[in-house]
Write a protein that binds this ligand. Sequence first.
Ligand code: BTN
Length: 326
Amino acid sequence: MSAKENILAELEKSKGEFVSGEMLAEMLGVSRNAVWKAVKGLEKDGYPIRAVTNRGYMLDKSFEEITKSNISRYLHTNYIGKKLEVFREIDSTNTYAKEKAKERYADNGFTVVAESQTQGRGRMGRSFVSPPDTGIYMSVVLYSGISMETAQLLTSCTAVAVSEAVDKLCGTNTAIKWVNDLFLNGRKFCGILTEASVNFESGMLDYAVIGMGINVKNLSGKIPDELMGTVTSIEQEAEISVSKNELAGEILNSLERNINNIDSRSFMEEYRKRSFIIGENVIVTYGGIQKSAVALDIDDNAGLVVKFDDGEIKTLNSGEARIVKK
Ligand code: BTN
């Protein structure tokens, strides 16, 4: 292990308490200057360390690093997350997972998790704010035998998986907004972006990448102020402390369970139960059009059934819906 890794491990052990530079130097058999340099390096990497003269160094009490071994402790899967890579920072886990899927480096279920993203991507070409030490940003690659019909269920299947895992671990009542947003108390805490490469000859997917961005820790000071009204995190709403490693593991367990049964569409019952759009007035955006409607139902293909103001009934298999209070 490098000096940086050793010092981080020691600070982790005494999280929330100061450890003097002298003690660190003695424990690790290095000079105090080497300790100072390593701490500077860790700070540069984004670790929340406080340095106070005559007291030493302290790693923030709430800090929890996502690691492969910590996630693996909670995994009970057969293929999802079995090959797992974890990054402190990455441009986008979806971009990385897609590259690996194309290179056939990734196995079915290959998972990449990051503590932060510099170019996190959302739906419709939007960006997804992914600051360090607050969330779980992860992508899962799937290969085996997914038809185009099944592919359109992947996002909704994932939404149910995340919703179930969060509720189980955090005692929350998470809700789904068609098609891929998860909400707590009226604000979004998770977004899902599924990307796929299609083989038109076989009618099957070459691969699919399912990306999930879950806000876990308090976001204040971490995201632009103007987002605070619409975006939230699990800890802000549930007022409990959540382990990101355990939650990541639980989500992957739940995802594999749901994906294994995707063709039966059994998850759709849970999807509908957790949906809060049915019966609401909405503005839907699809194919470049915006129209107001009432959301009537969600069908077994996760399509949103709407009734427009002129009485026409239509099922939307893509697009977005915004709830409007009349
Ligand atoms: C949305 O709400 O529009 C979807 C957001 C999806 C964000 C996740 S974070 C992990 C993965 N990597 C990305 O770049 N995007 C997805």
